[in-house]
Design a protein around this ligand. Structure first.
Ligand code: HEC
Length: 209
C-alpha cells in the first residue's frame, strides 16, 4: 500500500502548491495501514486492498484504512443512498448502511468511504485518528480522462477542494447526530448544484470506464 501511496504523492505533488492547507497534511498516519484483503462481501469491494496486499505493514490496525489513489475505484459500483454513494473497505458496509438509513443518525464505522461527486471523498479512519473531524479524512481527487486517480489533497480539518472550499468547515455544520454528513437537511449550507447536475457528475465518473 505504501508504495502506491508514494507514487500517488509524486504524481499529485504539483497540486499541493495551489492547495494551501492541503500540502501539510498529506503525511498523516504513515504508520497506519490499509485494509488489504478485507473487502466486504459485496462484489465491488473485493479489490479493496489495492495491488500489494502481499506486503502488509507492521502494526496493522484492523480498524483503519489509509487509502492510496488506486483504492478510489468506480463509485457507481457502490451502494447508492439517496444522493451519495457509499462503500466500506473493511467489510462493514451493512453497518455503514444501517447508519445511513437510520432516521436518528449515528456514527459511521471505520473503513466507510462516501462520495457525492467523483473528485471528493470522505473516508472514516480508526477511532481517535482525529477527534476534531470525528475521524473523517477528507480527500480532493484528480481524475484524468483515462480514470487515473491522483490525490490532490488529503487530511483532516485543513483539506480544501478544487475551489478552495474547506471540506470540514462546511461539513461540520451538520447537526451532531449526522457525523458530518450534510445531505440536504442536516444543517449545512447547501451546494449550488441541483440534483440533476450532481447526477450528471456522478455518471461521468471516468474511473468507471
Ligand atoms: C460549500 C460547502 C462544502 C464544501 C466546501 C464541501 N462540501 Fe461536501 N457537501 C456539502 C453539502 C451541502 C453536501 C450535500 C449535498 C447534497 O446532498 O445535495 C455535501 C456532500 C458531500 C458528500 C456526500 C455526503 C454528504 O455529506 O451529504 C461527501 C462525501 C462530501 N460532500 C465530501 C466533501 C469533501 C471531501 C470536500 C472537500 C474536498 C467537500 N465535501 C467540500 C457541502 C460542502
Amino acid at each position: 500500500m505504501r508504495r502506491w501511496w508514494v507514487l500517488a504523492m509524486l504524481a499529485g505533488g504539483g497540486c499541493d502548491d495551489g492547495g494551501e492547507a492541503g500540502g501539510a497534511d498529506v503525511a498523516v498516519s504513515a504508520d497506519a495501514t490499509s485494509g488489504q484483503d478485507t473487502g466486504g462481501p459485496e462484489g465491488g469491494d473485493g479489490d479493496a486492498g489495492g495491488p500489494d496486499g502481499e506486503a502488509p505493514d507492521q502494526g496493522a490496525s484492523i480498524d483503519d484504512v489509509e487509502l492510496a489513489a488506486a483504492d478510489f475505484d468506480c463509485m457507481l459500483e457502490w451502494t447508492k443512498v439517496r444522493r451519495f454513494y457509499i462503500t466500506n473497505k473493511l467489510g462493514r458496509l451493512e453497518e455503514a448502511l444501517d447508519v445511513a438509513n437510520n432516521p436518528a443518525g449515528g456514527t459511521y464505522p471505520p473503513g466507510t468511504v462516501i462520495q457525492l461527486v467523483p473528485q471528493e471523498a470522505m473516508v472514516k479512519r480508526a477511532p481517535g485518528w482525529n477527534p476534531v473531524t470525528n475521524d473523517w479524512e477528507f480527500f480532493f481527487l484528480n481524475i484524468d480522462g483515462d480514470g487515473q486517480v491522483t490525490i490532490g489533497a488529503r487530511g483532516a480539518e485543513d483539506t480544501v477542494n478544487a475551489f478552495g472550499g474547506n471540506c470540514f468547515e462546511c461539513h461540520n455544520k451538520a447537526a451532531p447526530q449526522w457525523d458530518l454528513i450534510c445531505e440536504q437537511d442536516h444543517g449545512c449550507d447547501p451546494l449550488p448544484l441541483s440534483a440533476r447536475v450532481i447526477e450528471n457528475l456522478q455518471q461521468a465518473d471516468a474511473r468507471c470506464r
